[in-house]
Every structure is written in structure tokens, then in C-alpha cells.
Design a protein around this ligand. Sequence first.
Ligand code: T46
Length: 138
Amino acid sequence: MMNKYSINDVREITIPKIVSPENMGSLSFIEKDIIPFSIKRVYYLYDVPINGERGGHAHKNLSQVLFALNGSFEIIIDDGNNKKTIFLNSPNIGLFIPSGIWREMKKFSKNSICMVVASDIYKESDYYRNYKDFINSK
Ligand code: T46
């Protein structure tokens, strides 16, 4: 049984950004208290072609925060009742997506990198990969 989160529970999380006073770039970091769950996995998407599409599923229990470490992409979130499109393009702004939210990712810029911190290890049994199954679970 999925938790009943809606797209209103999806929110941006801004992590620290320390800009070098000598113009030598920026540093951001993720510490445990910034993320609303304990991190059990980190993975990243890269080499995605500009017409590539990722996602197209929901999770039964997993929570995640997505970061555009480089470049940008769009994320369409859908709770079965409402949809919203969010644009990510800052390496220090993550998107928290709780369980029970369908997501589709599109419009990747060249050389974009999406890094994801997740509340659990990879479990295929945690996915709804079929939209009808997702809707029927509500
Ligand atoms: C999500 C978006 C942002 C693994 O073996 N381990 C992993 O940790 C992951 C995430 C995937 N896989 C395998 C499962 C598939 O055979 O890698 C293959 C591609 O996975 P998937 O089609 O789920 O990839 P995306 O980019 O569509 O979705 C992934 C995450 O699955 C998903 O939770 O929110 O990135």
C-alpha cells in the first residue's frame, strides 16, 4: 500500500553553495540533516541524448531527491489527480519526490547529469512501471 502523497508534497531542497572568494568555482555538499530521509543509495543518469526520456514510473515506498548536477532537464510529476512540470538546472537545488508520484523526465540538455539520492537500495518490486497499475493502486 502506497503512502498517499500528492504533487504538493514535492518540493525543492536547496543545499549549501560555497563560492570561492578567489573565483575558483563553487562547492556544494549534502549532509544527512538536509535530506528528509537517510540516504541508502546514490546513482546518476548521464549520456542522455537531448531527445531522451527517462522515468515513466512511480515508487511504492521510495523517496528520492534529484539534482541537475550539470545541465538541465524537465520532470513531469503526477499524483493521479494533478500534474506539474518542474525544470531543474542548478547543482545546489534538488527536487524531493516522495513515494507514490509518477515521474517522467524529458528535455535533457547536452551533457546533463542527474544525480539522485534515494531512501533505499534498488528494488524492482518497489516500482509501478505501468501507469494503469499506478492509478489502480490509488
Ligand atoms: C527515477 C529516475 C530519476 C539498477 O540496477 N539500479 C538502480 O539503482 C537503478 C535506479 C536502476 N537500475 C537498473 C534498472 C533498469 O534495468 O537500471 C536500469 C534502468 O533503470 P530505470 O529504467 O528505472 O531508469 P530511469 O532513468 O528511467 O529511472 C531512474 C530510477 O529508476 C527512478 O527511480 O526516479 O531514475
